[in-house]
Design a protein around this ligand. Sequence first.
Ligand code: CO
Length: 348
Amino acid sequence: MDLFAKLKRLSDAFGVAGHEDEVREVIRELAAPYVDSCEVDPLGNLICSRGDGPVVMLDAHMDEVGFLVRWVEKDGFLRISPVGGWDERLLLGHRVVIRARDGRKVNCIIGATPPHILSQEERKRTVPLDELFVDVGAKSHEEVEGMGITIGSPLTIHYPCELLRQGYATGKAFDDRAGCLVALEALRLTAGERLPYRLVVNFAVGEELGLRGAKAAAYRIAPQVALALEGTVGADVPGIPEAKQPTRIGKGPAITVADRSIVVRPRMVEFLEDIARAEGIPFQYKLPAYGGTDAGAIHLERGGTLAGVVSVPCRYIHSPVSLLSLSDLEATVRLVVGFLRRAVELLG
Ligand code: CO
């Protein structure tokens, strides 16, 4: 399977925070040939390990932003509550997928009132999330229940992953399936090497709800060194000055110096820069201090852990559909492979 095919499998899988089962099984299948063990902890984190000795941890979160059914109206329309950070201006009229009780996917849409029956004033107004409704094509509350949809059923906006043109991909959930893919590729490409430490990769749940899975996993794993892998805010688009673009597409992996959850120790930043320079990998800095990552939770567990973050720039994350450059994805994999080959230098 080529890189895009793997990205598509990961991106298209369902994994709204708290409901990561489907994406976890995809990742388990892709990781299993390259690790000694894959365990699922009580929160649902997938923890894959290989080798012996002091522990080096990679982390990428499986969960994606979405919604939960908040209420089912008598006439069969659904009201929804957000899971993770959405911009409510962007939600009207999109196609969504609900996961029913039996795991079946139900296609539906976020309804929008046609402009014909809106006043000038109403057309200018953003419809608050509270007033949105989802149309599943049902006539009654009972019919919705019969479909296996109930209060708490998870859903998200769903656009299938596609090649936009050679080298660019669009799809949902690149935050953080891009990071999951980097971790999986790094596992595959180092599988034949004997690394002088225990490598543990945590595929985390609940990042979008406040780094929940990574916190519990980091306590369990007790790493000496950790690297979080993300799909982060790419903002090289019209109207955004360069100084406010956290990262740019096509400029290689982004090394975090600081975000809202961590100030990365210079030792780690310089270590990652050295690897990139030595291997001829283009890189950029993620400008401080936007967003937070699992590294924020991991570095504070137990007695503290030396932690860093490397990200694939992705435009339009936390919106209905994102875009990334496959060359950035490849370069990020190379940087993380270089990190694993030299991580022993950070131990002790
Ligand atoms: Co993320």
